[in-house]
Design a protein around this ligand. Sequence first.
Ligand code: ACO
Length: 422
Amino acid sequence: MPESITIIDNRTNESVEIPIVQGGVAASQWSALLGNIWFLDPSFNTTAATTSAISEVDGENGILRYRGYPIEQLAEHSTYLEVAYLLLRGELPSANEYETWVHDITHHTFIHERFRKRFMESFLHDAHPMGMFVSTIAALSTFYPEAKDIEDPDNRMHQIVRLIAKVPTVAAAGARFNSGLPFVYPDNNLDFTTNFLSMMFKIAEPTYECHPILSRALDLLLITHAEHGQNCSTSAARVVGSALTNPYSVIAAAACALYGPRHGGANQAVVEMLHHIGGYENIDPFIKEVKSGKTRLMGFGHRVYKNYDPRAKIIKKTAHEVFEVTGSNPLLDIALKLEEVALDDNYFAERRLYPNVDFYSGLIYQSMGFPPDMFTVLFAIARTAGWLAHWVELLEQGSRIARPRQVYTGSATRDYVPIANR
Ligand code: ACO
């Protein structure tokens, strides 16, 4: 049987045979025959916007691989910085390459002092840290004007190192400002994740120390959130990047998309939902509200995963390990019961709704002491590696500017009416 589709234009009786490649067809071949007939595909449900070699998301089988490596193996054996290298360069680093990479990242973590004081401290005391994060990352482009030379691969890599190194510093600076605590400078003697925890939580101790299970748990959360194909924020990064915009603005645009509650804002929404439910006795009435369409069960459902989200499995296990160190989080019991009730209910089964990456991550963050406003910022730190990998891939593909069509449904032509006659 030929791996192709034949379309006949009944207006002209012309036909075209289009090969099916990897489960898809090239839209350019349709348009060669059908001229100005467009695909109407709001939310891109059936449109592949690009080819990509970075991550493979198989929603039917609950599979996620970064550059071919299963997420379960990376979560067990790797570190966030090694995963970032893998995503950006395509291969795991050798011992020497890893050492240089970690050294480079560690030595670019500082942000300009005046910038932090004058720019970041000009926000209102209760500014949302995600709002501070996106604005600050965008503003960094004014500090590194050479970043706009995106054609030079060495310059690109230099900006990438800066971004991966500085996003935790910017994130922590925003959180400290919010809580009225003094800024903590990066500590080059700490690993990437522990340094971030130090910038977040250090008070007066000479060197920050934390339980290795906690820093490992956070590193694992960064790994599982690092990349996920053409999701909303990565698509935003690619669309903005296709205009040949500098990388700071690209990452800020992606982070803006992540800010929304349907995307990276969901982990905060899960904790708020669990607080709102408050106790076992309120679970059934809450599920009723969800089923009547009044609200959504946050942390459930995914555009791609329709059987289970492999990241949710890893994170649920980590949650139990973290709670052994921090003491149980009372919301965990509600979450476990809620999950059990939902998985047993036809409404969720029929719609193939399962816990996603955000169902348990917020509980871990909360137990580690992160304020809920910071949860999406943590996601943004992790996803910076994935966004940058897509930005590089896009530039190397030499793609054209992103420019979807629209099907116009507005008024037919009409004459302007002077205001006095309306
Ligand atoms: N709770 C209740 N019902 C839901 C949920 C949910 N969380 N998610 C989807 N549904 C229902 C919809 O109401 C719809 O029902 P209907 O067919 O009776 O109208 C059906 O399931 C299909 O839903 P869609 O909105 O079409 O699914 P879509 O793929 O567009 O949405 C999304 C995916 C946005 C993730 C959605 O499941 C959702 O809003 N979940 C809650 C928010 C969340 O957890 N987001 C994090 C996603 S993971 C991430 O971004 C990192």
